[in-house]
Design a protein around this ligand. Structure first.
Ligand code: FES
Length: 129
């Protein structure tokens, strides 16, 4: 019997509790000017991320982490962010959008439907890279 034979199967192992109640990933990837897919950095994502971090602190949100992310592969729809554990995507354009996402989704557990991205929103990836 090898060591693997005694290891518990995945289904028998309980997942640990989430380390963060809410984990937000904000794409700040930059591509060269004129790239066919564009990039979130050129659409103001760093400013929105900075605002979101500061505003989350001001609101006193607990168990929340706002992280910088590399390309999330939905560049044409940027600026993009995704919130876990729900896996809900948003494309905020303004700090007012960030306020809505923080207050309605992150704080209250609701959704901001007008800013939400859905799988069918993505264009074909002709110039991916
Ligand atoms: S550059 Fe932001 S999703 Fe690709």
């Amino acid at each position: 019997m090898s060591a693997d034979d005694t290891a518990p199967r995945t289904a028998e192992i309980a997942d640990p509790p989430h380390f963060f109640r809410c984990h937000v990933f904000v794409c700040t990837n930059e591509r060269p000017a004129g790239h066919p897919r564009g990039c979130c950095k050129h659409k103001g994502s760093e400013r929105l991320r900075d605002y979101m971090k500061a505003r989350a602190k001001e609101l006193g949100l607990k168990g929340v982490r706002i992280n910088t992310a590399g390309c999330l592969d939905r560049c044409e729809l940027g600026p993009t962010m995704v919130i876990y554990p729900e896996g809900v995507w948003y494309s905020p354009k303004t700090t007012a959008d960030i306020d809505l996402i923080l207050e309605r989704h992150v704080r209250d557990g609701g959704r901001v439907g007008a800013l939400m991205l859905r799988p069918g929103d993505d264009p074909p990836k002709a110039g991916k890279g």
